[in-house]
Design a protein around this ligand. Structure first.
Ligand SMILES: Cc1ncc(COP(=O)(O)O)c(C=O)c1O
Length: 412
């Protein structure tokens, strides 16, 4: 490595995420398919196959036909977000969840990854501790270390025990010390698809208020619920809660990079100041498309139907189908998802290393999954059905190959 590479970058390079390694193998399959015995079934990444909703696509197209919009979107937006975008977010939350979100408690960002970065810098000091529910979204651990130049300590609240989702708030309490600044929860979860109940979120918020720690609630998958929607999406924010919403999944637009944070107004001011130094502002084009979508006639009813009926129905059917098929594989223990894009299952009975399981499956059967070890749970594997939600036959084919692979491992 050349001189002049930081300790932080060295850490990141020396500890690659295995998903990235799998992605480069996947890229090779895509470039040179003739080298491999069968077409790849890609159930690795967490991006939806279906397109962004029609009103949003129409709005984006109209934007490019409108000279005034082109000029406006080419200017620097305010760091917090285009003022019309902040108003549109207030309306969107009200339309879908009936939530009243004060405008001065919102800031936009280039996806939730960007906002999480600004938030970490606005809340953490060298030596601060962050607690994450485990299993946890894999990027948080790396991002926390990178953004704080390896300065924070991470602790884990294990919420899955003996293959069941059982978050115990007393155990969380035992992890908190005077250095604890933040707790991170993802609901519905990535990689596990589990949903924190109203009671648990309420008990966590009580605890956070008592101890003066922040609770980051990452709700990137909040429109994907398969067994009832918790009521916390509709109630006002509690004092120490920070809500992080992303357009990547719910509006099927991860490439447009748009998200927002809903938090204490003083904290929003701190994040805004940090973001002025970090990214300056969020790209205006997707913000303007969102504004235009919200101004369309009939869009309120359309969005309610799309988000609260169609999305959970379509994704729910695929989630159930995938869970049923996976559960039929002898020996595999599946955690049925309550929401999100993923089916998480235990493979320890044939292979204790999730990385080896995933690599073997890719090499021998050309199915791409993600190893649980990257999410803090060894012996588990994540299947993402979102990249094939419009092609269930691909999921069936993928599960059939997994079944053959497992059968082979059992006899070897
Ligand atoms: C839980 C969770 N949070 C955040 C992200 C990143 O989202 P964004 O595209 O908004 O940066 C992901 C992406 O998969 C995710 O699963």
């Amino acid at each position: 490595m050349p001189a002049g590479i930081s300790e932080t970058a060295r850490y990141a390079i020396e500890n690659p995420s295995s998903i990235r390694e799998i992605m480069s193998l996947v890229a090779d399959y895509e470039r040179n398919p003739e080298k491999y015995p069968r077409p790849l079934v890609y159930l690795g990444g967490g991006w939806p196959q279906d397109p962004p909703p029609k009103p949003l696509v129409d709005a984006m197209k109209e934007l490019w036909e409108d000279e005034r919009e082109i000029r406006l979107s080419a200017r620097y937006p305010p760091t917090k977000g285009d003022p019309d975008f902040l108003d549109a977010v207030v309306e969107y939350e009200e339309v879908i969840f009936g939530r009243r979100m004060p405008r001065d408690e919102i800031i936009s960002g280039l996806g939730s990854t960007d906002l999480a970065g600004g938030l970490f810098l606005a809340t953490l000091d060298r030596g601060s501790e962050v607690i994450m529910a485990r299993p946890c979204y894999l990027n948080y651990q790396r991002q926390l270390l990178v953004e704080t130049m390896l300065g924070v300590k991470m602790k884990y609240w294990d919420v899955i025990k003996d293959g069941r989702f059982e978050p115990n708030v007393d155990e969380l309490q035992e992890l908190i010390t005077p250095d604890t600044r933040m707790l991170i929860l993802v609901t519905p979860g990535n990689p596990d698809g589990q949903v924190f109940s109203d009671e648990v979120i309420s008990a966590v918020s009580d605890l956070a208020e008592e101890k003066g720690i922040w609770v980051l609630l990452d709700v990137a998958y909040r429109m994907f619920h398969y067994s009832g929607v918790p009521s916390y999406y509709s109630r006002p924010r509690r004092e120490r809660e920070i809500w992080l919403a992303s357009m990547s999944k719910e509006l099927r637009a991860p490439g447009w990079r748009l998200a927002y944070l809903y938090a204490d107004p003083e904290l929003i001011r701190a994040v805004e100041t940090v973001q002025q130094a970090r990214t300056l502002a969020t790209t205006r084009i997707p913000q303007r498309a969102f504004v235009r979508m919200m101004s369309k006639e009939g869009v309120r009813d359309w969005l309610r139907r799309y988000m609260l009926e169609e999305t959970p129905r379509i994704y729910g059917e695929i989630a159930r189908m995938t869970t049923d098929l996976m559960s039929q594989i002898e020996g595999i223990r599946v955690l049925p998802p309550q929401g999100g894009f993923y089916v998480f299952f235990n493979v320890e009975f044939v292979e204790p290393s999730s990385r080896r399981f995933v690599q073997g499956l890719l090499n021998e059967w050309q199915v791409a999954l993600a190893p649980g070890v990257d999410f803090g749970m060894e012996g588990w594997v994540r299947l993402s059905f979102a990249p094939a939600v419009e092609e269930p036959e691909k999921i069936r084919e993928g599960v059939e190959r997994i079944s053959q692979y497992v059968a082979g491992l059992r006899t070897s």
